[in-house]
Each structure stands twice: as structure tokens, then as C-alpha cells.
Design a protein around this ligand. Sequence first.
Ligand SMILES: Nc1ncnc2c1ncn2[C@@H]1O[C@H](COP(=O)(O)OP(=O)(O)OP(=O)(O)O)[C@@H](O)[C@H]1O
Length: 235
Amino acid sequence: MPETILRGEALSKTYGSAGVEVNALTEAAFDIAAGEFIVVLGPSGSGKSTLLNMLGGMDRPSAGHIWYRDRELTQLNDVQLSEYRKDTVGFVFQFFNLIPSLTARENVALAASIVSSPMNPDEALSMVGLKERSRHFPSQLSGGEQQRVSIARAIVKNPGLLLCDEPTGALDSKNSIAVVNLLLEVRKRLGCAVITITHNAGMAQVADRVFYMRDGRIERVEVNPAPVSAEEMTW
Ligand SMILES: Nc1ncnc2c1ncn2[C@@H]1O[C@H](COP(=O)(O)OP(=O)(O)OP(=O)(O)O)[C@@H](O)[C@H]1O
């Protein structure tokens, strides 16, 4: 039985002050195992990003508890939470967020330079199939290639957790399938849990489990009895 690495208990997040409060997340509870691939689906405003922000230590819940392995994130001080974000969590964003003045390799090497046990940047770029493009700047790469560099930047940390916010949102179907394929490959090679928000319900076909969110709640969780490969997905 794979080890549970993330656990949430009665997790809630309220934004705003009295009178104009938004309950972005309400009493979310979950267990996520090492190596699991979780897809989070839900309408706009249903709380997907809020949930991801809590898991990545980018924000703190208003109530409830989160554990990463045996550390309760909700008990960490700001410095400890920043260490957790830096060393444990890889982030992949919709619009890549690469530093335009740095080459692909420099973007990856910069991430490697600030963590405690990084992978070799060239190895990370090889894993995403971009070793030969390592001297290119982001503007010299296609969207799909930029997203692969951003995945290399996330995995060079050797993260226990890879959090993706609409990783295919800016890509065409061919590049989207390639990115999903890569996320599955990374999960297999590194054994990290992958949690990805998407508006493309097709991605649910590759997931181990799908979290369906609505009005700030994890409305239901479905186990996928037969996850398919990225190539078999209908996009
Ligand atoms: N910093 C904030 N201040 C105030 N309200 C916020 C803040 N962040 C999110 N919200 C509100 O919380 C609710 C959930 O937002 P969230 O961004 O988590 O939804 P989402 O499912 O990720 O949406 P989308 O698919 O559009 O990105 C929304 O009503 C949103 O307006």
C-alpha cells in the first residue's frame, strides 16, 4: 500500500472581511498517496486554485489541518513553510513562467541552485527531451517546449509533490498530450504525487483519482478503475 503523503482535514478558506466573505474552500478532506496522479475538475470559481495553493504552502487555510508526510503544514512558521515550498513542491503553471532573459538550462539550473538535493539540470532537461535545446531562450522555444522546460525546472528539485495549474491550458492538443505523457513519465520516474487542475475533462482518463469540486467543496472523488496512457486519451 503506497504511503499517504498528503492529508487534509476539514480544510476551509475564507477570503475577505465581514460582510463580503467568500468561502473559497469548505471543509475539504482527502488523503493522497505517493505516486498518485490526481486530476482536479470543477467550474470556474469552484475552489481548485485555492485547494492547490493550500497544498503547495502558497497560502494558509482559515481552518483545518494539512499534513505532508509527518509535518503539519498548518503548524509551520513562514520560514518553514517557505522551505517546504522550495524543497518539496514542484510547480507547473499554465503560462510557463520562465525567466525570459535566461536560457532553458539557466532557468532549470537556477531552480536547482536553491534546493537541498537537486537533480542535475542536464538530466532534468534530458528527461523532458530538451537537452539539445538547452541554450535556447524561452522566446526561441514553442509553447510546448517552454512547458517542457518548466516541467524540467519543477522536477530538478526532486519534488515529492508536483502541482500543476492548467498545464495544458495554453497548448494545442498535440502538445497537451505530450505534456500529459511527460507528467505521467515524471510520476513514474520520480515517484512523486502529481496533482493537476484542468478544464479539460479528458485528462481524467489518465488519473488514478478525480476530485470534482463545486462551490468550494470536494463534491465527489472518483477512482478511475482503468487509467489510460496519454496517447489513448480522447482530448
Ligand atoms: N485572493 C482572493 N481574494 C478574494 N476572493 C478570492 C481570492 N482568491 C479566490 N477568491 C474567490 O474564491 C473562489 C474560488 O476561487 P478559485 O480561484 O480557487 O477557483 P477556481 O476553481 O480555481 O477557478 P478558475 O477555474 O476560474 O481558476 C472564487 O469565488 C474566487 O473569486
